[in-house]
Each structure stands twice: as structure tokens, then as C-alpha cells.
Design a protein around this ligand. Structure first.
Ligand code: CDP
Ligand code: MG
Length: 137
């Protein structure tokens, strides 16, 4: 299925200076860059973007991490783009991510800091686009 998915180089990834190298990986694996913007998440944007995690123990730290600096937001497109991005990203916890994945090779501190985001589903991608590209919140 041809899909669109939302990818973020999160603030920790941007601060590590590895954004362009990560973006190259997506492009090298034949995902198309449909949109790109720099975005500095407001509190409201971060809370909405990760709204389904509200109430979890890690939510406050996640929101703090997302508002700690600028992110690079992208829409990537291609066959099975959602799953392919998540495979390239690797495990949520960087210490469990395997070599060759972004979260392993560009390892961040863990907890909320795991370098990148990739949408969980096509529906989630649409909601995320409303926040980061269409300013609908
Ligand atoms: O990002 P991914 O879809 O792999 O994971 P998630 O379960 O949807 O969680 C969203 C984000 O919350 C993660 O990427 C982490 O930044 C953060 N998180 C956390 O800080 N602690 C956890 N135990 C789980 C997630
Ligand atoms: Mg997720």
C-alpha cells in the first residue's frame, strides 16, 4: 500500500547534529520526501501530537523533551512507508535497538530521548500532519 508517514528528528536528534545523516538513510531506502519543515514544538503542540500517551507516567517527560529544542518534521511516502520507517528507526528504547537502526546508530539518552519519531499507523500520520504541517491545533 502506498502510504504517507510522519517522521520527526526529535530535539535530541537535532541537538546531536545528526539530522541530515538520518534523513539520508530514509532517502537511500527509497522513501520519498514529500514535505519538510523545521518546527519548535509548543507545549500545546507536543501535548496534542502525543495525545494518546496522556496519563502515562512518561508523558510529562516526553512533553518536556519535545519542547526542549527545534525538531525537523517530514512526510515520507512510499510502499508500506509506516512500517518501513519504524523498521529503520528501531526499538523505542535505544538500549534495545539493534545495530543498523537509527535509534541504535544515533543513540540518545533513552526515556523520551530516542532521536526520531515515526507514525504508528496511517491514521496517526494524518492526525500528526494536522499538528505539524497544517497548524490545526
Ligand atoms: O515512538 P514509538 O512509537 O516507538 O513509541 P511509543 O510507545 O509510541 O511512545 C512514544 C514516545 O514516548 C517514545 O518514542 C518515547 O520518546 C516516549 N516513551 C517514554 O519516554 N517512555 C516509555 N516507557 C515509552 C515511550
Ligand atoms: Mg508511537
Amino acid at each position: 500500500m502506498f502510504e504517507s508517514t510522519v517522521v520527526l528528528i526529535k530535539p535530541d536528534g537535532v541537538l546531536m547534529g545528526v539530522g541530515e545523516r538520518i534523513i539520508e538513510r530514509y532517502l537511500m531506502s527509497k522513501l520519498g520526501l514529500h514535505k519538510r519543515r523545521d518546527i519548535y514544538f509548543s507545549l500545546r503542540q507536543a501535548e496534542t501530537f502525543y495525545g494518546e500517551h496522556a496519563g502515562r507516567f512518561y508523558f510529562p517527560g516526553l512533553v518536556l523533551a519535545m519542547t526542549s529544542g527545534p525538531s525537523i518534521a517530514m512526510v515520507l511516502q512510499g510502499e508500506n512507508a509506516v512500517a518501513r520507517v519504524r523498521e529503520l528507526n528501531g526499538a523505542t528504547n535505544p538500549s534495545k535497538a539493534v545495530p543498523g537502526t537509527i535509534r541504535h546508530d544515533f543513540r540518545s539518552a533513552g526515556g523520551p530521548f530516542n532521536t526520531v519519531h515515526g507514525s504508528d499507523s496511517v491514521e496517526a500520520a494524518r492526525r500528526e500532519m494536522d499538528v505539524v504541517f497544517w497548524n490545526l491545533i
